[in-house]
Design a protein around this ligand. Structure first.
Ligand SMILES: Cc1ncc(COP(=O)(O)O)c(C=O)c1O
Length: 367
């Protein structure tokens, strides 16, 4: 009997997952969390109309979903003022990023991102043998000009840029992002991850130009639409680029109930506005909680607040662990100097109250 003949690339990769999820942590800990504020989900929930639509459609689950996501793509196209050919629906931004890297990156190709930016992108790049080059943040923001320079120097295939940013919650104006798109070097594709665009102030996302071959934009139903558990997001890009994904994507990967739920959620913009108001209020609440404990919350254009603990990464890691001991799930940036912070998702007031109490107790215990 011989062992399976893995690829050299896969054998060379570390055994890792980008994030350990709260369910896995719950199993490890042997008890549930009281406040689930670590994964930037929406504790405000999905639109009741989306829940009802999925309940109505549940009996149809014996059928595969539409492999072309026709209705959802058409609705998204109308929503953004583009053609359906400019829209690709996939298994969340995470799934789309994986397929994007598969389409674009061969072993050895250079890819540029920020040091400490969204790790799932890096995971896909490593998985396809790309070589990641990381540019430091500047003042807790991704650094557009340094990213562009590095992409140009390396003739990078992809340049990842997240606006607003995770994990810092910081953002650049649409004007700066557009200038960045305009300056993308020839031969580089900019990946504009706009997972948090629905939480950002007007003037954060530049207008969408569906003919622009320099950029692909990523959006999701996981955040303010409150559908993280469905796994559905979409990319917006030039039609020939979008068409390339048909060569590699899992054509039946977006299930029937998922498409139904996302379509109903998109149609319920009143619920989105309601959640936007809840998120804005909870951001203020988290800022006050931080200040009440002598900590400083960074400005946020997302559905989470990054709180500067004023000490080093070891202290913030201890604080995250101590909060978990008190059944509060939060996360933190992975790289210095941003790892002086913890990152807390917005959520219902009861959970913010639990966080508030636990934070006070943990800070007292850690001294
Ligand atoms: C920057 C960023 N991109 C993508 C995602 C994942 O999006 P999705 O749930 O659509 O895969 C997240 C989730 O936290 C994120 O923070």
């Amino acid at each position: 009997m011989t062992a399976p003949r893995y690829t050299d690339l896969v054998v060379s990769l570390p055994a890792t997952v980008p994030f350990v999820g709260p369910e896995a942590l719950t199993r490890e800990r042997g008890r549930p969390f009281r406040a689930r504020l670590g994964a930037n989900e929406s504790g405000f929930g999905p639109a009741p109309s989306a829940i009802a639509a999925m309940q109505d459609a549940a009996g149809d689950a014996w059928m595969y979903g539409d492999s072309e996501c026709f209705e959802l793509r058409r609705a998204l196209a109308a929503h953004h003022g583009v053609a359906a050919e400019n829209i690709l629906v996939g298994e969340g931004i995470d799934g789309l990023l994986g397929n994007l890297v598969r389409v674009m990156v061969a072993p050895g190709d250079a890819v540029v991102t920020s040091d400490g930016a969204y790790p799932t992108f890096n995971y896909h790049v490593a998985g396809f043998g790309g070589v990641l080059h990381k540019v430091p943040y500047r003042d807790d923001h991704e650094d557009p000009s340094a990213l562009l320079t590095r992409a140009e120097d390396l003739s990078a295939k992809l340049l990842y840029f997240c606006n607003p940013d995770n994990p810092m919650g910081s953002w650049h104006s649409a004007r700066i992002v557009q200038r960045m798109i305009d300056a993308v070097p020839d031969g580089t594709l900019m990946v504009l991850d706009e997972a948090y665009a629905d939480a950002a102030p007007d003037g954060t996302a530049p207008p969408i130009d569906p003919g622009d071959t320099r950029v692909i934009r990523m959006r999701t139903f996981s955040k303010l639409y409150g559908l993280a558990g469905l796994r559905v997001g979409y990319a917006i890009g030039a039609a020939p680029l979008i068409a390339m994904f048909d060569r590699v994507r899992n054509h039946f990967g977006v299930g029937r109930l998922v498409q139904t739920g996302a379509l109903a959620a998109l149609r319920d913009q009143a619920w989105l506005r309601h959640v936007q108001a809840e998120v804005a209020a909870a951001r203020d609440g988290l800022r006050e909680i931080a200040a009440g404990h002598g900590l400083h919350a960074l400005p946020s254009a997302t559905n989470f607040v990054t709180i500067d603990c004023g000490r080093d990464g070891d202290f913030a890691r201890e604080l995250v662990a101590a909060l978990r001991e008190r059944d509060v799930f939060v996360r933190m940036p992975g790289v210095a100097p941003m790892d002086r912070c913890i990152r807390v998702s917005t959520g219902p007031q009861e959970e913010l109250d639990i966080f508030d109490d636990a934070l006070g107790a943990c800070l007292r215990a850690l001294g």
